[in-house]
Design a protein. Structure first.
Length: 316
């Protein structure tokens, strides 16, 4: 994700803060200078001045890259908070002037870009058309770090572990289920267990999916069932859908990302139960706990929360 340029939001602070953050993000002085459109010598001079003032090295110079030292890590947390808060103040000042502008950075999963994210963006565009949104697709395990590091305002992901640096803004708890073609013997069932899936090849999400742990636990519980066999692993919702449509087996996921196929009747989502209890996967919207959201990000978060709320509707 590209580093922000030193816009009006940053000019109320010493230039060194923005330069330090650019180097932290880029991992090199040359790349940071390119992104900031300034000379490398200017960036290097700012970093050296900060190190002299603090009396501590901020970066270790490694072959091909820079890495934050312990002192640099401490300063980075302060700088991220300062810059995000400056952005919030700038957006509130713009709102007072009637501008209602801003930019929002979202990190999320590929499967959530089929319906949930576009709906929220469309709702935002209808209300505040001068706010822009950039979306970066990451693996489940990388999304919390992108929020904590200040690379994104918001993160939308499944099964995020609680962290003191994160706050949950909205949540939907979605049934985990088997995805089958409409002519499958399982398609008319209200709910099934993992043992009911014996026979066809099983198509599992790769380890980059947060609910893989839930599926592995169900498989372990059904391990003695005759005919249980894992045939494939897939690293994307789109690939899993295509494999089911081609008759390669049964996939496992929530309904998020399947909306078009389910509405067209091309696929069926059958909830998985353990005993009589449904298996639910938590989809949450997250932001940094220590920093107030800029007005633009807060507005988008509201629309994203509304989109998550609609997932609780019929069949959700």
């Amino acid at each position: 994700m590209a580093a922000p340029s030193p816009t009006r939001a940053l000019r109320i602070h010493a230039p060194g803060i923005g330069y330090f953050d650019a180097v932290r993000r880029a991992g090199s002085i040359r790349e940071a200078a390119r992104r900031l459109n300034v000379a490398s010598s200017a960036v290097n001079r700012q970093i050296l001045n900060m190190e002299a003032e603090l009396g501590a090295k901020l970066f270790d110079r490694l072959p091909g890259r820079l890495r934050l030292t312990a002192a640099g890590e401490i300063l980075a947390q302060h700088v991220i908070t300062v810059l995000r808060d400056a952005e919030r103040a700038r957006s509130e000042l713009d709102a007072l002037a009637g501008l209602r502008t801003g930019h929002v950075e979202l990190v999320t999963l590929e499967g959530l870009c089929h319906r949930v994210v576009p709906e929220a963006v469309a709702a935002l565009q209808g209300r505040q058309p001068r706010i822009t949104v950039s979306t970066c697709i990451l693996g489940s395990g990388d999304i919390p770090g992108a929020i904590l590091s200040g690379d994104a305002h918001l993160g939308l992901a499944f099964e995020v572990r609680r962290h003191p640096g994160l706050r949950q803004l909205a949540v939907a708890r979605l049934p985990l289920g088997a995805v089958v073609p409409p002519d499958s013997p399982l398609a008319d069932r209200a709910a099934i267990t993992m043992a009911d899936c014996a026979g066809p090849s099983l198509i599992l999400p790769s380890a980059n999916f947060a609910n893989r742990d839930q599926i592995d636990a169900l498989l372990q519980g059904a391990g003695r069932a005759e005919g249980m066999r894992v045939g494939y692993e897939a690293g994307s919702v789109e690939l899993m859908k295509r494999m089911v449509l081609l008759g390669l087996g049964i996939a496992f996921m929530t309904r998020a990302g399947l909306e078009a196929e389910l509405e067209a009747g091309r696929l069926v989502h059958v909830p998985l139960h353990k005993g009589r209890a449904p298996i639910l996967s938590e989809l949450g919207l997250y932001a940094r706990a220590e920093t107030a959201l800029p007005a633009a990000a807060a507005a988008f978060a509201q629309h994203m929360g509304d989109a998550l709320g609609r997932l609780h509707g019929p069949g959700g």
